[in-house]
Write a protein that binds this ligand. Structure first.
Ligand code: PHE
Length: 336
């Protein structure tokens, strides 16, 4: 009886204690074996009973042993089973970062969103009508030439859009004023890749069409955008220019934030960087898109997102945007 109690009370919390238990009760020199040895001295008529009791003890010890062993195995981490080493340093779980062009595109959308512009999109593979003809490009305009445009198919022409002005046409064809929307997207031109140019880049187009929209509205909108994007002190200038789909037309420069007037290859040592073109939408373009030019007027602009990003973050080489060097991309980790 005493031995049975001892067996039940034996503390088994680790493998060493389990082994001690085994030796004490189940080993060849353990308590139970001793008791079995004592059977010799037991009178014959009691042998049966004592034998039963001893077998009961033996069974009890075995049960406790099995149960404790199972418990210890369960509590042992799977690390031990799999032979893993938890003291090794962890493999860091690195998070990706958003691309600077995406960050700036989002910022542009937010700035224009606050003054009532929504966002529109169009296809990257376009037809001649939306890229050129509807935008008033003459039949033999140099921009249609093979060296600028990537043609997917000739006759009828399908091409990779060379500007986001294609989306202007699609919006005007399907909506009536008031229209106030921006159209960010990828564009393609067959240009030699350099620090300033790439054959694939991004633009954001904007149009505002309503009654009595003037060039003053255009200037204020661009000025507002520049201040929001680059800071209150930013200066801009409009240079007279030409686009087949706007009249009058202008190009927009902002002061070079990369060299801050010191002179660099991006502003070609002029201190000014062009960020896009703009102008009043040509009445002929409105007409071909079924908007009445006698009732409505509107402005359009198209800006380069790479240029804006380069100025905002002092990036001196446009090729960095497409090289996917994590040392470059990681630097935008904390930008929200
Ligand atoms: N589409 C012109 C370009 O890519 C930019 C532009 C857009 C000019 C809208 C005027 C109005 O150069």
């Amino acid at each position: 009886e005493q031995v049975a109690q001892d067996i039940r009370a034996f503390v088994i919390e680790d493998t060493a204690q389990l082994e001690a238990f085994r030796i004490a009760y189940m080993g060849r020199k353990g308590h139970i074996a001793d008791l079995f040895d004592g059977m010799k001295t037991v009178p014959n008529e009691e042998k049966k009973l004592v034998g039963q009791q001893l077998n009961g003890l033996k069974q009890l010890a075995q049960e406790r042993f099995d149960e404790a062993q199972e418990k210890l195995a369960g509590s042992q981490t799977s690390a031990a089973k799999l032979n893993l080493d938890f003291t090794l340093p962890p493999v860091p779980n690195t998070l990706g970062t958003r691309h600077p062009l995406s960050l700036v595109r989002e910022e542009i959308i937010r700035i224009f969103g606050r003054i009532g512009f929504n966002v529109s999109e169009g296809p990257e593979i376009e037809d001649d009508w939306h890229n050129f003809t509807a935008l008033n490009f003459p039949e033999n305009h140099p921009a249609r030439e093979m060296q600028d445009t990537f043609f997917v198919q000739k006759n009828p022409d399908f091409l990779l859009r060379t500007h986001t002005s294609t989306v202007q046409v699609r919006i005007m064809e399907n909506n009536q004023p008031p229209i106030r929307t921006i159209m960010p997207g990828r564009v393609f031109r067959n240009e030699a890749i350099s620090a300033r140019a790439h054959c694939m880049f991004h633009q954001v187009e904007g149009i505002f069409i309503d009654e009595n929209v003037s060039f003053a509205d255009l200037k204020q909108t661009i000025y507002h955008f520049a201040k929001e994007m680059f800071g209150e002190k930013t200066q801009i200038r409009f240079r007279p220019s030409f686009f087949p789909f706007t009249e009058p037309s202008a190009e927009v420069d902002i002061t070079c934030l990369i060299c801050k007037g010191e002179g660099c290859n991006i502003c070609k040592h002029s201190g000014w960087v062009e960020i896009g073109g703009c102008g009043m939408i040509d009445p002929a373009v409105m007409e071909s898109s079924k908007i009445d030019p006698d009732k409505y007027s509107g402005f359009a602009f198209g800006m380069g997102i790479e240029r804006i990003t380069m100025l905002k973050y002092q990036i001196k080489d446009l090729r960095l945007f497409t090289e996917n060097d994590v040392r470059f991309l990681k630097q935008f980790e904390s930008v929200v």
